[in-house]
Design a protein around this ligand. Structure first.
Ligand SMILES: [Zn+2]
Length: 256
């Protein structure tokens, strides 16, 4: 029976994966992400039910829009498969065994999904626009705050660390507002630091350190390989991807 739950988890992940594509495209344009139907970005044709099934719809239409025949970027398919794998791996790492569920693990899994959604959308927007979206970041902080509050009520977990990173975030946010008022632009380095503080609030100091190290190593190899300049490097994207990998490895270590 396990295989049935594995497939369900994987599919749930792919649905999230296709949501990320839409969110990454629409959030910077300030468009609605929950009510409005998806449409082809090239011909604007609204997508039907069958066009929105992750992976399968891509494979059946051979990577083309059914209405205008324009190619759909393979990145969408990769993102869906990766999201499916992230869900599946986290499910296995948590050792959940449906239907014999442990409430604590379910809450942990949900908090992981909120972290994953926040970081995946932030990374995607950063990859496309080199910009860390503050609205998404605040959403992440709120969801993590609720999780920490739950932990505090149930196990009297210390809320100190979360509070500290929240304060850092607020200070950075204020500096950013001042800098926007003065120069008209939000500083990328400030945005990256805000993302640091979010990752710090979600993972612990040790894991935050490893995440930064991993991101810097990837940035360095990226530089050696493609000679990417500082102005072009997507630190948010690199940090986000590193944080997700570290979080999954950490679940394995904690629960297995
Ligand atoms: Zn089209």
């Amino acid at each position: 029976m396990d295989i049935f739950y594995y497939i369900t988890m994987f599919m749930m992940g792919t649905v999230f994966g296709s949501f990320f594509t839409l969110a990454v495209y629409r959030i910077p344009l300030k468009k609605d992400i929950t009510h409005e139907r998806s449409f082809c970005p090239i011909c604007n044709h609204k997508l039907g039910f069958w066009d929105m099934i992750p992976i399968l719809s891509y494979l059946i239409a051979r990577g083309k829009c059914r209405y205008c025949g324009e190619k759909i970027r393979i990145r969408y398919l990769i993102l869906e498969v990766l999201s499916g794998m992230v869900f599946l791996t986290e499910y296995i790492a948590l050792n959940m065994h449906f239907p014999y569920l442990n409430f604590g693990k379910i809450v942990f899994f949900i908090s992981f999904i909120f972290m994953y959604v926040t970081i995946a959308i932030l990374s995607g927007i950063d990859k496309e626009n080199r910009n860390i979206h503050k609205g998404v970041l605040i959403f992440g902080f709120i969801m993590q705050g609720l999780y920490i509050l739950y932990l505090y009520i149930v196990q009297k977990t210390n809320m100190y660390r979360y509070g500290m990173y929240l304060c850092i975030m607020i200070v950075l946010y204020i500096i950013d507002i001042v800098s926007i008022k003065k120069t008209g632009k939000s500083k990328y380095i400030l945005q990256v630091l805000m993302l640091y503080s979010y990752i710090g609030a979600v993972l612990n100091v040790k894991l935050l350190g490893i995440t930064i190290l991993l991101a810097l190593v990837i940035a360095f190899f990226n530089y050696l390989h493609k000679k990417t300049k500082y102005e072009e490097t997507r630190f948010g994207f690199l940090l986000g991807m590193s944080a997700i990998c570290i979080a999954i490895v950490n679940t394995f270590i904690t629960y297995m």
